[in-house]
Design a binder for this molecule. Structure first.
Ligand code: DAH
Length: 343
């Protein structure tokens, strides 16, 4: 057997070389394990001559205690090193601003559409919808728009292959619903996109939004129409001035338009109203007797009122925009400037 001093020395030189936690574990087994030299020597103490036994035992125990404490110390510092290395490698700067998803908002046209529908729902209207690629029958003929009418011109309406049109107004829903001959009263509202083959300017676009509404019931009069339009305009635009004016539509008799005072109007050079001070946002009227008859609504006293809201213009007027076109350009720099969110 080597003497305890030598064992301790060899241990120390090996400890100095040990770099990894695994090599420290190996050293612990080698010097303090059951089969270590020191343990063996302690087991075999009785073979040591009696007079030396106490001395040898003390040396063995001292060596063992020294190894235990030096090894423990190194293990602890190796553990701390390991932790520091991890902290260094896996460090996260919690002070950095996080990645924030921007909060979205409804498109202003959609928001205005929803407000209109909310008000109409209070009056008992329900929502209907129809296709954007439409047969000319529902877009024109069924609405008493004669064959020579300019709206049928290629310059005014987009015709698609197969003789269909992109609907030029949401009044198509009126024709489609009347045709179904549902039990009275009929009270429907229908928002959606419409298309016109127009020269685009501040208030005219090739695609925009409208909302059609109509009501068929016994005993309806022009006063009901005025009442509905005033109620909706008043709910949406509060104290803005509005006015009715005579209009002509082939599918209503009599026909009216509703104008509101232009919000954007600085007078001279106002693009939103072409300097008129007023913007027409609704066309309306009593459903033409010919249409009522064609669809079979012939019972005495049954009348219809109908109205088409220009939801795009309404939105421009809501926000005070001079160019309705900017609503459809999807430019977030512009959209973010719309501080006054309807809704
Ligand atoms: N369709 C008309 C337009 O596009 C709006 C309109 C006018 C709708 C009178 C109606 C109505 O229902 O009765 O300008």
């Amino acid at each position: 057997m080597e003497n305890p001093q030598q064992i301790l020395q060899t241990f120390r030189s090996e400890l100095a070389e040990a770099r990894s936690p695994a090599s420290l574990r190996d050293l612990r087994v080698k010097y303090l394990g059951k089969k270590s030299e020191l343990k063996n020597a302690l087991k075999n103490l009785r073979e040591v001559p009696a007079e030396q036994r106490a001395q040898v035992a003390k040396e063995l125990n001292d060596a063992q205690a020294a190894i235990e404490s030096e090894l423990t110390e190194r293990e602890a510092s190796a553990q701390a090193d390991e932790l520091n290395r991890k902290l260094e490698a896996e460090w996260v700067d919690i002070g950095l601003p996080g990645v924030v998803t921007e909060r979205g908002a409804k498109h202003p046209v959609r928001a205005v559409e929803e407000r209109c529908l909310d008000v109409l729902r209070q009056l008992g209207f329900e929502v209907a919808s129809g296709p954007e690629v439409e047969s000319p029958f529902y877009n024109f003929d069924a609405l008493n728009i004669p064959p020579h009418h300019p709206a049928r011109d290629m310059q005014d309406t987009f015709w698609v292959q197969g003789g269909q049109v992109l609907r030029s107004h949401t009044s198509t829903i009126q024709a489609r619903t009347l045709e179904k001959r549902l039990p009275l009263p009929l009270k429907f509202a229908s928002p959606g996109r419409v298309y016109r083959n127009e020269a685009v300017d501040a208030t005219h676009l090739a695609m925009f939004h409208q909302l059609e509404g109509f009501w068929v019931e016994k005993g309806l009069t022009f006063a009901h129409l005025k009442g509905v339009l005033s109620f909706v305009a008043g709910s949406l635009y509060e104290n803005r001035k509005f006015r009715f004016k005579p209009k002509f539509y082939p599918y209503t008799e009599p026909s009216v338009g509703l104008d509101i005072a232009c919000l954007n109007c600085g007078g001279d050079g106002c693009e939103a109203c072409h300097q008129a001070g007023w913007v027409t946002i609704i066309g309306a009227g009593m459903i033409h007797p010919k249409i009522m008859k064609n669809f079979g609504y012939t019972e005495p006293g049954v009348r219809g009122i109908a109205f088409g809201w220009g939801t795009t213009r309404m939105t421009s007027q809501w926000l005070g925009l001079s160019r309705a076109k900017s609503l459809y350009e999807q430019d977030m720099r512009f959209m973010r400037t719309l501080r006054r969110r309807p809704g």
